[in-house]
Design a protein around this ligand. Sequence first.
Ligand code: GDP
Ligand code: MN
Ligand code: MN
Length: 249
Amino acid sequence: MIESVSLHLVRGLPVIKEGDCLADLIQSRFELLDGDLVCIASTVVSKSEGRVRDLSSYTPGERAFKIAGNLGKDPRFVQAVLEESAQILLERPFLLVVTRFGHVCVNAGIDQSNVPAGRILLLPENPSLSAERIRRELSRDCPVIITDTCGRPFRFGVAGVAIGWSGLSPIRDWRGASDIHGRKLEITLEAVADEIAGMANLLMGEAGDSTPVVVVRGLPRFDGDGSVFMPEEQDVIRAVLSGRGSRRA
Ligand code: GDP
Ligand code: MN
Ligand code: MN
């Protein structure tokens, strides 16, 4: 049972540039303990990995022009989204895609906030590999979660979710545990990485706070593997969006 946890902003991080070592920047500003969980906004992971692009470097294809026309968006931006995507789920009223690493989100998570004008920021190519690298660079034994702020289907409001992780299972398996009446849980898988990312995102802020790293202290280690990304063949909603599922009950 988790009694309490504490969350701590890492203060004083600079504007991140390509090649910066996030692990060193973090641990020189915050005294990490073994078992602390380090949540890092994908924005700064992308910057450190040089995932900034000039909008002018994209040459839109026919499909990008068509989608951009419908959305009233810059076709070069749409081209960038297409290039980061493995599958397009919706072309309007917004561009909903599956990224190459399996995350379903709007605009392939490409950001135009917290980057200079005329530039865009792609998500890390493989956020879990980024998390693993950062975790190895830390001198303490700390799981790492890479977060992004996303909209959610069925609900208003954006929230932080985990798009990469290392050193913990993003899913906590409650199957086999008993409820208060002794009935065994059969299907409950809890997306702990998303819940943690949500808390961390709350502290990070969305604008100019310059606080992309939050340390969570006091959580048990959620062991195991697994992913929060649902494979296409199990994803009923994705099937409906791509016209393969039933639209009516
Ligand atoms: P996202 O949720 O990963 O898309 O990132 P956001 O753009 O929402 O930024 C999350 C937090 O990181 C906010 O507090 C931003 O001010 C901060 N942030 C973004 N870029 C930088 C940076 O280069 N350096 C620092 N110190 N903070 C940044
Ligand atoms: Mn983002
Ligand atoms: Mn954000």
